[in-house]
Design a binder for this molecule. Structure first.
Ligand code: ADP
Ligand code: MG
Length: 275
């Protein structure tokens, strides 16, 4: 049985009060059904990802978390509803019906929506610097020197300035994920999506990646994060969304409350599996 969300989505953040890099993401009545599937994997999802805030999406395996992020990133067509970024529709069920299968992200979305996934592979035949500067120079046609200057600045921020000439195979998993984050950030995205970015890492490398994400949150970057690191989720979330079976079970603007006293029995059940 579905429970009503306990916290209603708040009104759109006024542009004037939004963080400089933050743009509101509005998902309304989103329906996503894979070709050949007999029912939708996301069914009537409505949620706001507030500008300058961190929205953490939780849920059991198969609940639709990755699919949700992929629809926002423009990697999956949708069959119903709408996704709007800063008031502009970036995906609509009306056009989604015409397409099938995975789609190439438009260069506009590649720039506006940054994403880092669990196995976000770097280009193996490019150095760290080459990986980060590829999209800005090719997609955005920025001068190479300019892109390299910013890439070095970003690498400095994630503690990898000395690895700029390294090849991906020479890096640890944690270093690779930090490079992947730089590769997304150099495009100055309005929102960043993280899908279980530490799930494939050895435990000692998890912290170095999570610390970078915490720093981005402190800077007011709008983010949507899927994670199984509950302590991290609790510490970083402004908003929690719990998915199950393609539905929103509960959403809360009080992360602490969600973790200590969630409204739904399903949330209690879910949280118990991490104890
Ligand atoms: P989560 O990230 O929460 O584990 P996913 O979004 O990966 O969930 O998957 C949700 C459901 O959609 C699952 O039942 C999964 O098997 C199905 N699914 C995911 N990707 C595809 C695909 N490309 N084609 C068909 N079904 C898919
Ligand atoms: Mg997933």
């Amino acid at each position: 049985e579905q429970t009503e969300p306990t916290v209603q989505t708040e009104p759109t953040v006024q542009t004037g009060t939004a963080q400089p890099s933050g743009k509101n993401l509005e998902i309304s009545h989103l329906v996503k059904q894979y070709a050949n599937a007999d029912r939708p994997v996301l069914d009537d999802i409505t949620l706001t990802v507030p500008a300058g805030k961190v929205t953490v999406v939780l849920g059991p395996s198969g609940s639709g978390k990755s699919t949700l992020l992929r629809t926002v990133a423009g990697l999956e067509p949708i069959q119903g509803g709408e996704i709007a970024l800063d008031g502009e529709v970036i995906a609509s069920g009306k056009s989604g019906n015409a397409k099938s299968g995975r789609q190439q992200r438009s260069s506009d979305l590649r720039t506006r929506v940054g994403m880092v996934f669990q196995s976000y592979d770097l280009f193996p035949n490019k150095t760290v610097l080459g990986n980060i500067t590829l999209a800005p120079t090719i997609v955005q046609k920025r001068p190479k020197a300019d892109a390299e200057r910013e890439a070095l600045e970003l690498l400095g921020r994630v503690g990898l300035a000395d690895r700029k000439d390294a090849w991906p195979h020479e890096l640890s998993g944690g270093q690779r994920q930090r490079v992947a984050i730089c590769r997304a950030l150099i495009l100055h995205p309005e929102i960043m999506l993280f899908d279980e970015v530490t799930a494939a890492l050895d435990p000692e490398m998890v912290r170095e990646v999570l610390d970078v994400i915490v720093e981005l949150a402190d800077q007011g970057l709008t983010m949507m994060i899927v994670t199984h690191e509950m302590a991290f989720a609790r510490a970083i979330a402004d908003r929690i969304v719990l998915l199950d079976g393609g539905h929103i079970v509960e959403q809360s603007d009080d992360a602490e409350r969600f973790f200590t006293d969630p409204a739904s029995e399903r949330a209690w059940q879910f949280l118990r599996t991490f104890q």
